[in-house]
Ligand binder design. Structure first.
Ligand code: ZN
Length: 267
């Protein structure tokens, strides 16, 4: 009988122990649930984090209207320096759709201006021209501006006229499409007779030799059409400021070569 009681006690102990085990079990379950909860929680941060790159992607692709050449590199650097209207990539800064290198506006077949960019003739460039004009006059030479600032719309009409007359391919060699003309910057002037013969006049020769002293360069030199995108234009000068104009002049390079940029239409 005593042995029976002992067995019963042992059985009860076992039952109570297994009862304990049952109590333990629910403790484990919440742990599993906790794990699930945790993993559910971790997917939540993943959501917003995952969204960030795609937002950046959207921002970058929104800016693909910028020169194609620089777009790929731009995407990497945009996150640090980009605001809605400005980004910097190496030497190139684009602000409000206008491209600058070393603070100088760049316009050619690759880099364009917004249609509403309408600054008129640049005062500093105009004053520099007047100084140059006086210097030339003191040597008995007469230089004058035949064409200065041209608006986007005016250039559009001009280019269309040339393209209608000579075809687009021919027009592209000597006339800029709207938004791609340096004349829209207000920093470029066509002097005297807009003709190749200007190069052989006393004025043409003087301008070629001296314009850098007043902050200008001959923008489309002879034999550089494949670089600048334009035929020789001895009459077209571009204001860069005294220091840069001298640097470019002494380098013997075109502005494209000097800044290592291209001048090519996208299509
Ligand atoms: Zn011109």
């Amino acid at each position: 009988m005593k042995r029976y009681i002992t067995l019963l006690a042992a059985l009860m102990l076992t039952l109570s122990l297994s009862g304990c085990e049952k109590e333990v079990a629910p403790v484990i379950q919440p742990e599993v649930e906790t794990e699930q909860t945790t993993s559910a929680v971790t997917t939540i941060p993943d959501g917003p984090v995952g969204l960030v790159p795609s937002t950046e992607g959207t921002t970058a692709s929104a800016e693909t209207t910028l020169p194609q050449e620089t777009t790929a590199e731009t995407i990497e650097t945009t996150s640090e320096t980009t605001t809605a209207d400005e980004y910097t990539n190496g030497d190139i800064t684009v602000k409000n759709g206008i491209t600058y290198i070393r603070g100088v506006i760049i316009v050619n077949k690759t880099y364009s201006l917004p249609s509403d960019y309408n600054p008129g003739v640049d005062k500093t460039a105009e004053d520099a021209f007047k100084k140059m004009q006086s210097a030339a006059a003191s040597e008995g030479l007469n230089i004058y501006i035949s064409s200065g600032f041209r608006s986007f719309d005016y250039q559009a009409g001009l280019y269309k006229r040339y393209a209608d007359r000579d075809g687009k391919a021919a027009a592209d060699r000597y006339s800029a499409r709207a938004g791609h003309s340096e004349h829209q910057t207000g920093l470029a002037f066509d002097l005297n007779s807009i003709d190749d013969s200007f190069a052989n006049t006393a004025e043409g020769k003087w301008v070629a030799e001296n314009c850098y002293k007043y902050g200008f360069i001959i923008r489309y030199p002879k034999g550089k059409e494949d670089v600048t995108g334009y035929m020789y234009e001895p009459w077209h000068i571009r204001y860069l400021g005294d220091d840069l104009a001298k640097e470019v002049y002494e380098s013997g390079k075109t502005l494209e070569e000097f800044f290592e940029i291209k001048s090519e239409y996208v299509e």
